[in-house]
Write a protein that binds this ligand. Structure first.
Ligand SMILES: *Cc1c(COP(=O)(O)O)cnc(C)c1O
Length: 429
């Protein structure tokens, strides 16, 4: 493979790092095969849903104005519902991001006097203002919806006694965040989520169990909706958009839950009947079709990164051999210089904006400077190769995505090269 090595050389990858990468990849063969099998199953699942709903070229044409009788939009929602084995789905460009999808699910299914209970600890940062954990204009708290939280136990498992104690007659929705997001707890497997949902339903059947599925779609054979979850939400610029959806979010689940969400997104009475799809349905369909293999590429990248950096002596979460339930990889580099070098390597590997040098800056909403690397086709897309790290101890960088495994691999090798050039790492050879 002399010519492959020469290509990497063109990117500034030295012999030692190239060889280290090849050896690491060789060792991961069995795991990569398992990921491909998982993608194969999920590919068939999506294809089956598309065929069952007779997806055809007319479905891509889109609508304008009110968007009445938008068959393409309605069929796409059936494809999502069938893929995730739910009664109904809301998949819209008018859902602006993941936070919006989750907020919509919550606001539409909770009423004043109800309580929301998170049983997987503190939710994702942006949801703190949705819930009102941090006082915020328009939060659930302002509408008289209270919030309770049960943290996961030290080992990352559900605190069942705590959950039993926290559930009261006002508990209306129980929410579970599947992915660790930017925390260091483990990501929850679908099986574990299923156990928790069964436990909650056993206490009171009519509690709505909801999952924030961001970053989790297609990482396993099944999804939270296969194990009793009533409602699940996520972002289309993460896994299910397959890198092609330029915007959007989804909610799938029980008919009543989805209908509630539709009434809130548009208007009571109008619900799912309006909402022009404009010209972007093609990318939604095609992105969903590609999502299983795109997610597989991102999973391989995350596992590769874990193994590369673990072998160099850095703490990594998840570790190199753990099973995966999302596409996020954390690497604790231990120094600000390490975080910066890592992000610059990811940036330098990008198809877009590769010549840009990322710098740490004081981003709104963060309590330290943050550095971000992304050279994406879709702004802010995190199914595309991206990394970011707050410039504060323990100096960890969070890495995710890669529309192809080959690109993820280059990004990781370039990050390592930057660390190596700055004398911030010793290779284990
Ligand atoms: C990304 C993410 C969100 C929020 O999604 P945005 O599209 O950034 O608003 C919520 N929860 C988790 C676990 C996420 O990873």
């Amino acid at each position: 493979m002399e010519s492959l090595k020469n290509m990497y050389e063109e990117f500034g990858i030295c012999d030692a790092i190239y060889e280290f990468g090849q050896k690491t990849e060789e060792k991961l063969k069995a795991r990569f095969d398992a990921i491909d099998k998982n993608a194969e199953y999920n590919q068939l699942k999506v294809l089956h849903a598309m065929q069952k709903n007779r997806v055809c070229a007319e479905h891509f044409s889109g609508s304008t104005g009110y968007g009445y009788n938008d068959d393409g939009r309605d069929t796409l929602e059936k494809v999502y519902a069938d893929t995730f084995h739910t009664e109904d789905a809301l998949v819209r460009p008018q859902i602006t991001c993941g936070t919006h999808a989750i907020a919509l699910a919550l606001f539409s299914n909770l009423r004043p006097g109800d309580e929301l209970l998170s049983i997987a600890g503190k939710p994702y940062d942006t949801l703190e203002e949705v819930i009102g954990i941090r006082p915020s204009r328009g939060s659930l708290a302002e509408y008289g919806v209270s919030y309770a939280q049960v943290d996961l136990k030290e080992d990352g498992s559900f605190d069942f006694d705590g959950i039993r104690n926290a559930i009261n007659e006002r508990t209306k929705v129980v929410t579970i965040q599947r992915s660790k997001g930017y925390q260091t707890r483990p990501t929850l497997s679908v099986a574990k989520i299923g156990e928790a949902v069964a436990f909650v339903k056993n206490i009171r059947e009519n509690i709505i169990c909801m999952v924030d599925n961001c970053y989790g779609e297609f990482t396993e054979l099944s999804e939270p909706t296969d194990v009793g979850v009533d409602m699940m939400a996520g972002s289309l610029i993460k896994n299910p958009g397959g890198g092609l959806a330029p915007v959007g979010g989804y909610i799938v689940g029980k008919k009543e839950c989805v209908e509630n969400a539709a009434c809130r997104l548009t208007s009571p009475g109008l619900a799912k009947e309006v909402g022009a799809s404009l010209g972007i349905l093609n990318s939604f369909y095609q992105g969903f079709f590609l999502a299983p293999t795109v997610t597989a590429g991102a999973l391989k990248g995350a596992i590769f990164a874990a193994n590369i950096y673990e072998a160099c002596g850095f703490p990594v979460v998840p570790n190199g051999s753990e099973s995966r339930h999302d596409i996020i990889q954390a690497v604790e580099l231990g120094t600000a210089e390490g975080v910066i070098a890592f992000c610059r390597g990811i940036q330098a590997a990008a198809p877009v904006d590769s010549y840009v040098t990322p710098e740490p800056w004081a981003m709104p909403g963060y309590d330290s400077d943050v550095i971000m690397a992304a050279g994406a086709f879709v702004q802010g897309s995190s199914i595309e190769l991206s990394a970011d790290g707050p410039i504060k101890p323990p100096y960890a960088v969070y890495f995710q995505g890669g529309l192809t495994w080959q690109h993820a691999k280059l990004g990781i090798l370039m990050s390592l090269q930057k660390l190596y050039d700055a004398d911030l790492v010793r290779l284990p050879l």
